[in-house]
Design a protein around this ligand. Structure first.
Ligand code: SME
Length: 165
């Protein structure tokens, strides 16, 4: 398979329609979750040019453990309620941070990061299975439309979890 470069439109509904199509192309039919999440993070990295880190943390042994990602090396384990990721896990809801320095307890992985978006991935049992984490070098980069569009995209992972449950 060779990657064909995509010109994403600026208008959000069309952007997210195309993004989901790309995610489907590069993850659909792959039964291995690690492989699917690796391509999922790659597609997102290709789609957002001001995103410097995008990837997954997966709940394992009572912690969030680093999963497939694109970007600089990152902290491997995050506790419940710690940092933006652990807080999104605890709250069970998406968190948009416009300026990470203003988020108490933020865990810095890349000093170029200004804003961050974390979306919990729900398990079939109703808890949190993991989180999608995205960082941007631009302050207040992620909008409500991005939170909603990416929450919808993460639904593709939740569907896979439901199938294999
Ligand atoms: N900033 C995150 C830690 C993960 S890195 O951004 C990749 C947090 O505060 O949970």
């Amino acid at each position: 398979m060779s990657y064909i470069e995509v010109n994403y439109p600026e208008e959000k509904p069309e952007f997210y329609r195309m993004l989901k199509e790309q995610l489907r192309i590069y993850t659909c039919g792959e039964p291995d979750m690690t492989a699917a999440l690796a391509n999922f993070s790659s597609v997102l990295a290709q789609a957002f040019d001001r995103v410097n880190w995008v990837g997954f943390y997966i709940v394992s042994g009572g912690e969030l453990v680093l999963g497939p990602f694109q970007g600089r090396p990152a902290v491997c384990r995050i506790g419940y309620g710690r940092g933006v990721c652990g807080t999104a896990w605890k709250r069970g809801e998406a968190i948009v941070v416009d300026e990470v320095e203003c988020f108490e307890g933020h865990i810095a992985c890349d000093c170029n990061t200004h804003s961050e978006l974390v979306i919990p991935i729900k398990s079939p049992e109703g808890g949190v299975w993991g989180v999608l984490d995205m960082d941007s070098v631009v302050p207040a980069y992620f909008t409500d439309a991005d939170r909603d569009g990416l929450t919808d995209a993460v639904g593709m992972i939740e569907e896979r979890l439901n199938v294999t449950a």
